[in-house]
Design a protein around this ligand. Structure first.
Ligand SMILES: [Ca+2]
Ligand SMILES: [Ca+2]
Ligand SMILES: [Ca+2]
Ligand SMILES: [Ca+2]
Length: 268
Protein backbone atom coordinates (compact mmCIF):
# COMPACT_ATOMS: atom_id res chain seq x y z
CA UNK A 1 0.00 0.00 0.00
CA UNK A 2 1.41 3.35 -0.98
CA UNK A 3 1.62 6.29 1.34
CA UNK A 4 -1.48 7.94 -0.04
CA UNK A 5 -3.43 4.69 0.13
CA UNK A 6 -2.33 4.11 3.71
CA UNK A 7 -3.41 7.58 4.75
CA UNK A 8 -6.78 7.09 3.10
CA UNK A 9 -7.25 3.76 4.88
CA UNK A 10 -6.20 5.31 8.18
CA UNK A 11 -8.62 8.18 7.67
CA UNK A 12 -11.39 5.72 6.95
CA UNK A 13 -10.62 3.74 10.12
CA UNK A 14 -10.43 6.88 12.26
CA UNK A 15 -13.60 8.20 10.71
CA UNK A 16 -15.31 4.91 11.43
CA UNK A 17 -14.03 4.94 14.98
CA UNK A 18 -15.34 8.44 15.54
CA UNK A 19 -18.73 7.46 14.19
CA UNK A 20 -18.72 4.39 16.40
CA UNK A 21 -18.21 6.39 19.62
CA UNK A 22 -21.56 6.54 21.42
CA UNK A 23 -22.91 10.05 21.76
CA UNK A 24 -23.47 10.67 25.45
CA UNK A 25 -25.20 13.63 27.03
CA UNK A 26 -22.21 15.59 28.27
CA UNK A 27 -22.63 18.98 29.87
CA UNK A 28 -20.06 21.41 31.26
CA UNK A 29 -18.56 20.82 34.72
CA UNK A 30 -21.16 21.16 37.46
CA UNK A 31 -21.25 24.45 39.36
CA UNK A 32 -24.79 24.84 40.70
CA UNK A 33 -28.45 24.06 40.30
CA UNK A 34 -30.76 26.90 41.29
CA UNK A 35 -34.53 26.95 41.85
CA UNK A 36 -35.73 30.43 40.96
CA UNK A 37 -33.23 33.05 39.84
CA UNK A 38 -30.49 35.11 41.46
CA UNK A 39 -31.96 38.49 40.60
CA UNK A 40 -32.71 40.34 43.83
CA UNK A 41 -36.28 39.07 44.28
CA UNK A 42 -37.10 40.13 40.72
CA UNK A 43 -36.77 43.89 41.28
CA UNK A 44 -35.34 45.07 37.96
CA UNK A 45 -34.80 48.71 38.90
CA UNK A 46 -33.60 49.43 42.42
CA UNK A 47 -32.58 53.08 42.17
CA UNK A 48 -35.82 54.45 43.62
CA UNK A 49 -36.38 51.71 46.22
CA UNK A 50 -36.00 52.74 49.86
CA UNK A 51 -35.60 50.63 52.98
CA UNK A 52 -37.83 50.99 56.02
CA UNK A 53 -36.49 53.90 58.07
CA UNK A 54 -38.00 56.92 59.81
CA UNK A 55 -38.70 60.04 57.69
CA UNK A 56 -37.57 61.24 55.24
CA UNK A 57 -37.60 57.61 53.98
CA UNK A 58 -34.67 58.14 51.65
CA UNK A 59 -32.21 55.36 52.61
CA UNK A 60 -31.67 53.06 49.63
CA UNK A 61 -32.78 49.43 49.91
CA UNK A 62 -29.93 48.56 47.52
CA UNK A 63 -27.28 49.82 49.90
CA UNK A 64 -24.30 49.37 47.55
CA UNK A 65 -26.40 50.74 44.64
CA UNK A 66 -25.28 48.03 42.24
CA UNK A 67 -28.79 47.46 40.90
CA UNK A 68 -29.48 44.18 42.73
CA UNK A 69 -31.05 43.57 46.15
CA UNK A 70 -28.60 41.21 47.86
CA UNK A 71 -27.96 39.60 51.26
CA UNK A 72 -27.30 42.26 53.93
CA UNK A 73 -29.45 44.70 51.93
CA UNK A 74 -33.22 45.17 52.26
CA UNK A 75 -36.58 44.33 50.78
CA UNK A 76 -38.09 47.66 49.76
CA UNK A 77 -40.55 49.73 51.75
CA UNK A 78 -42.63 50.17 48.60
CA UNK A 79 -44.94 52.90 49.89
CA UNK A 80 -42.24 54.65 51.97
CA UNK A 81 -44.25 54.58 55.18
CA UNK A 82 -41.38 53.39 57.38
CA UNK A 83 -42.24 49.68 57.53
CA UNK A 84 -42.01 46.47 55.51
CA UNK A 85 -45.00 44.35 56.47
CA UNK A 86 -48.25 42.77 55.34
CA UNK A 87 -50.11 45.82 56.75
CA UNK A 88 -47.82 48.31 55.06
CA UNK A 89 -48.53 48.13 51.30
CA UNK A 90 -45.31 46.29 50.46
CA UNK A 91 -46.73 43.30 48.60
CA UNK A 92 -45.02 42.42 45.34
CA UNK A 93 -45.30 39.76 42.66
CA UNK A 94 -42.22 39.75 40.44
CA UNK A 95 -42.87 36.25 39.13
CA UNK A 96 -41.56 35.46 35.69
CA UNK A 97 -43.72 33.20 33.55
CA UNK A 98 -41.43 30.27 34.34
CA UNK A 99 -41.65 30.94 38.08
CA UNK A 100 -45.42 31.12 37.91
CA UNK A 101 -45.37 27.78 36.10
CA UNK A 102 -43.00 26.37 38.74
CA UNK A 103 -40.36 25.63 36.13
CA UNK A 104 -37.67 28.29 36.66
CA UNK A 105 -34.58 26.12 37.09
CA UNK A 106 -31.06 27.17 36.22
CA UNK A 107 -28.17 24.72 36.21
CA UNK A 108 -24.58 24.91 35.13
CA UNK A 109 -23.43 21.38 34.45
CA UNK A 110 -26.62 19.30 34.61
CA UNK A 111 -27.84 16.73 32.11
CA UNK A 112 -31.42 16.89 33.37
CA UNK A 113 -33.28 19.06 35.91
CA UNK A 114 -36.85 18.05 35.11
CA UNK A 115 -37.84 16.82 38.58
CA UNK A 116 -36.88 20.07 40.32
CA UNK A 117 -39.71 22.33 41.54
CA UNK A 118 -40.41 25.20 43.91
CA UNK A 119 -39.78 28.39 41.89
CA UNK A 120 -43.44 29.33 42.29
CA UNK A 121 -42.43 30.37 45.86
CA UNK A 122 -39.72 32.81 44.72
CA UNK A 123 -39.83 36.52 43.83
CA UNK A 124 -43.25 36.87 45.47
CA UNK A 125 -44.06 38.45 48.83
CA UNK A 126 -45.58 35.67 50.93
CA UNK A 127 -47.93 38.17 52.53
CA UNK A 128 -51.26 37.33 54.08
CA UNK A 129 -52.72 40.49 52.52
CA UNK A 130 -51.78 39.40 48.98
CA UNK A 131 -54.47 38.93 46.39
CA UNK A 132 -55.15 35.21 46.07
CA UNK A 133 -54.35 34.69 42.43
CA UNK A 134 -52.66 31.41 41.46
CA UNK A 135 -51.12 31.22 44.92
CA UNK A 136 -48.38 28.60 45.36
CA UNK A 137 -50.24 26.67 48.05
CA UNK A 138 -53.79 25.39 48.17
CA UNK A 139 -55.16 27.59 50.95
CA UNK A 140 -54.03 30.84 49.36
CA UNK A 141 -52.22 33.71 51.12
CA UNK A 142 -53.53 32.76 54.57
CA UNK A 143 -51.02 31.09 56.89
CA UNK A 144 -49.23 28.82 56.64
CA UNK A 145 -47.12 29.70 53.62
CA UNK A 146 -44.46 27.03 54.00
CA UNK A 147 -42.38 27.19 50.85
CA UNK A 148 -41.30 23.79 49.54
CA UNK A 149 -38.47 23.10 47.12
CA UNK A 150 -37.36 19.84 45.54
CA UNK A 151 -34.07 19.29 43.73
CA UNK A 152 -34.11 16.33 41.35
CA UNK A 153 -31.43 16.38 38.66
CA UNK A 154 -28.60 14.46 36.99
CA UNK A 155 -24.96 15.25 36.29
CA UNK A 156 -22.71 13.35 33.89
CA UNK A 157 -20.27 11.14 35.77
CA UNK A 158 -17.24 13.16 34.68
CA UNK A 159 -18.78 16.58 35.38
CA UNK A 160 -18.41 16.50 39.16
CA UNK A 161 -15.64 15.15 41.35
CA UNK A 162 -16.97 12.31 43.46
CA UNK A 163 -16.86 13.32 47.12
CA UNK A 164 -17.20 17.06 46.48
CA UNK A 165 -18.85 19.00 49.27
CA UNK A 166 -22.16 20.51 48.23
CA UNK A 167 -23.54 23.71 49.72
CA UNK A 168 -27.24 24.29 50.13
CA UNK A 169 -27.81 28.05 49.87
CA UNK A 170 -30.99 30.02 50.48
CA UNK A 171 -31.69 33.76 50.19
CA UNK A 172 -34.75 35.14 51.97
CA UNK A 173 -36.08 38.45 53.24
CA UNK A 174 -37.91 39.94 56.23
CA UNK A 175 -37.95 37.04 58.65
CA UNK A 176 -39.12 38.67 61.88
CA UNK A 177 -41.80 36.51 63.51
CA UNK A 178 -40.51 33.46 65.38
CA UNK A 179 -40.20 30.61 64.82
CA UNK A 180 -38.67 29.91 61.42
CA UNK A 181 -36.49 27.05 60.34
CA UNK A 182 -35.47 25.28 57.18
CA UNK A 183 -35.72 21.49 57.08
CA UNK A 184 -33.38 19.86 54.56
CA UNK A 185 -34.06 16.20 53.83
CA UNK A 186 -31.37 14.31 51.95
CA UNK A 187 -30.91 10.68 50.94
CA UNK A 188 -31.41 8.28 53.79
CA UNK A 189 -30.82 10.93 56.44
CA UNK A 190 -33.09 12.45 59.05
CA UNK A 191 -34.04 15.99 58.02
CA UNK A 192 -31.42 18.51 59.00
CA UNK A 193 -32.84 21.61 60.65
CA UNK A 194 -31.32 25.02 60.00
CA UNK A 195 -32.31 27.68 62.48
CA UNK A 196 -32.66 31.15 61.04
CA UNK A 197 -31.74 34.33 62.81
CA UNK A 198 -34.57 36.76 63.42
CA UNK A 199 -33.68 40.07 61.80
CA UNK A 200 -34.68 42.01 64.90
CA UNK A 201 -35.08 45.73 64.21
CA UNK A 202 -33.48 45.53 60.74
CA UNK A 203 -36.86 45.69 58.96
CA UNK A 204 -36.87 43.98 55.57
CA UNK A 205 -33.37 42.53 55.94
CA UNK A 206 -32.25 40.14 53.20
CA UNK A 207 -30.31 37.20 54.61
CA UNK A 208 -28.38 34.24 53.20
CA UNK A 209 -28.09 30.89 54.96
CA UNK A 210 -25.93 27.95 53.96
CA UNK A 211 -25.18 24.46 55.10
CA UNK A 212 -22.72 21.95 53.71
CA UNK A 213 -23.86 18.50 52.65
CA UNK A 214 -21.85 15.38 52.00
CA UNK A 215 -21.71 14.18 48.42
CA UNK A 216 -23.45 10.91 49.30
CA UNK A 217 -26.25 12.80 51.04
CA UNK A 218 -27.20 14.35 47.71
CA UNK A 219 -25.97 11.98 44.98
CA UNK A 220 -26.39 8.35 44.03
CA UNK A 221 -25.18 6.69 40.84
CA UNK A 222 -28.00 6.03 38.40
CA UNK A 223 -28.30 3.00 36.15
CA UNK A 224 -27.13 5.19 33.26
CA UNK A 225 -23.87 5.99 35.07
CA UNK A 226 -24.85 9.61 35.75
CA UNK A 227 -24.99 11.09 39.25
CA UNK A 228 -28.58 11.55 40.34
CA UNK A 229 -29.04 14.39 42.86
CA UNK A 230 -32.02 14.70 45.17
CA UNK A 231 -32.87 17.00 48.07
CA UNK A 232 -36.13 18.20 49.60
CA UNK A 233 -36.38 21.51 51.46
CA UNK A 234 -39.23 22.97 53.49
CA UNK A 235 -39.23 26.47 54.96
CA UNK A 236 -41.34 26.45 58.10
CA UNK A 237 -42.45 29.84 59.37
CA UNK A 238 -45.98 29.11 60.48
CA UNK A 239 -46.61 32.47 62.11
CA UNK A 240 -44.73 34.93 59.89
CA UNK A 241 -47.25 36.95 57.84
CA UNK A 242 -44.69 38.46 55.44
CA UNK A 243 -41.54 36.84 54.02
CA UNK A 244 -40.01 36.31 50.58
CA UNK A 245 -37.44 34.15 48.79
CA UNK A 246 -35.08 35.07 46.00
CA UNK A 247 -33.83 31.53 45.23
CA UNK A 248 -32.47 28.30 46.69
CA UNK A 249 -29.55 26.40 45.20
CA UNK A 250 -27.11 23.52 45.53
CA UNK A 251 -23.66 24.78 44.68
CA UNK A 252 -19.95 24.06 44.97
CA UNK A 253 -19.73 27.53 46.61
CA UNK A 254 -20.95 28.75 50.00
CA UNK A 255 -23.11 31.83 49.44
CA UNK A 256 -22.56 33.11 52.98
CA UNK A 257 -18.79 33.05 52.52
CA UNK A 258 -19.21 34.75 49.15
CA UNK A 259 -21.14 37.65 50.66
CA UNK A 260 -18.91 37.80 53.75
CA UNK A 261 -16.72 40.85 52.92
CA UNK A 262 -19.66 43.22 53.27
CA UNK A 263 -21.76 41.05 55.55
CA UNK A 264 -22.94 42.55 58.81
CA UNK A 265 -25.57 39.97 59.61
CA UNK A 266 -25.26 36.35 58.55
CA UNK A 267 -26.50 33.01 59.74
CA UNK A 268 -23.86 30.37 60.17
CA1 LIG B 1 -26.97 45.52 45.99
CA1 LIG C 1 -44.35 49.90 53.67
CA1 LIG D 1 -51.08 29.61 52.47
CA1 LIG E 1 -35.17 35.57 42.22
Amino acid sequence: MGNVGFRRSLAAVIGGAILAVPITAHAEPFEFIRIGDNDGFGFAATGQLVRATPPPHSSPADTDRNGVLQPTEFLPDLNADGGVAWTSSDNFDNHSTAERQDSAIECRGCVTTAGSVGSKWTDLSLSISSIDEAWPDADGPMLPNNAEFRFDFTIAETDIVRGSQIFFNIVFGDYDVNPALVAVASRGQSPRVLQLRNQGPADGLIQARSTVLDFADVFARGADGNWHGRLAVVFLAPADPYTAFDFVELSLLDIVAQSAPKTLVTNR
